[in-house]
Design a protein around this ligand. Sequence first.
Ligand code: CP3
Length: 355
Amino acid sequence: MTPAVTPAISRAETPTLIRAFQGERTQQRPVWFMRQAGRSLPEYRAIREGTTMLQACVTPELAAEITVQPVRRHQVDAAIFYSDIMVPAKLAGIDVDIVPGRGPVLATPIRDSRAIANLPELTQDALQPIADGVSASVELLGDTPLIGFAGAPFTVASYLVEGAPSRTFPHTRALIAHNEAAWHTLATWVAEISLHFLQTQVNAGAQAVQLFDSWVGALDVTNYQKSAAPYSSHILRDATLAHIPRVHFGTNTGHILPQLHQAGASVIGVDAETALTTANTVLGGAVPLQGNINPALLSGSWEALEQHTREVLAAGQSAPGHVVNLGHGVPATTDPDVLTRLVALIHSISDPLGS
Ligand code: CP3
């Protein structure tokens, strides 16, 4: 019997983004920006007119169009699905709104045992607009990969508990300290809805995922391990995600990078406060990195931004793979032409040891 011939998949067919996420040093560094879809783009402001953000997120054609806008304009190497970390809670029936200039706000914060015991179920039906939005995005994107994302339990739960953006998380800290059982129920619920949201995106064609734990840097190592890591692991170690790159990102996380990795991530997103060389050393030189151009420099002189970017790319060469990004999201006031020029600069800088 003649053995079946497996067609050789040439490396050129695997997107640079995925190769770097898998731990390959690439000659040209792939780049995308957190919050690349959004208010820095005039075409985004135009298409969003008359619609709330959360409405746009559950209108598949609109979400897909917004997802693709930054790829068309900047030639970035990936799209990230246009949605929000609070969308799964909204789809489950939680009364949350995204207030422009502020962030997620709840009509009634969820912080007592009774409210936590009565959290609603997120059904497959409710997630259909997400599946449709991702399919439509993938179709429009062609060869450009789509990154799916979700919010990690600590960060999403902190919005639910505080009821509005907070820098100090007093109610979340109190819940964790004084009502461990309720925190466990809440964090488990968020882990389930964020996981369903991610699974939906992967099943509809997302080729990599990012779990945002933006505010988890507020916890020390002990509290992170006890109150956040088990719930993040439930998501990152799910079988649906086992064979695709799983980026884990948070800000001010220099002290917990190994723990973020051990939670089940395959790539670590680094914020602007930690040098990529330091992150690489702390992670034993074994983990592909994403980051970490300082977003504050996007509004300064081009010369300063170019020099900083060259330093970030040089530092990234210490890691087994490097995907360029900002240390946090694109500020709303960013001149989009600066981002386009930045992508061209990044693409022009070659890693001599890359393939
Ligand atoms: O381009 C992308 O990165 C994809 C889309 C995306 C959005 N939110 C769209 C959005 C992603 C990945 C997010 C994740 C998100 N949402 C996070 C994690 C990332 C991070 O920034 O740390 C967090 C913490 C949220 C919660 C949230 N949503 C905040 C704090 C805000 C900002 C409020 C404001 O107006 O300043 C939002 C709103 C939001 N999410 C906008 C966008 C494009 C702006 C609102 C709008 O366009 O109307």
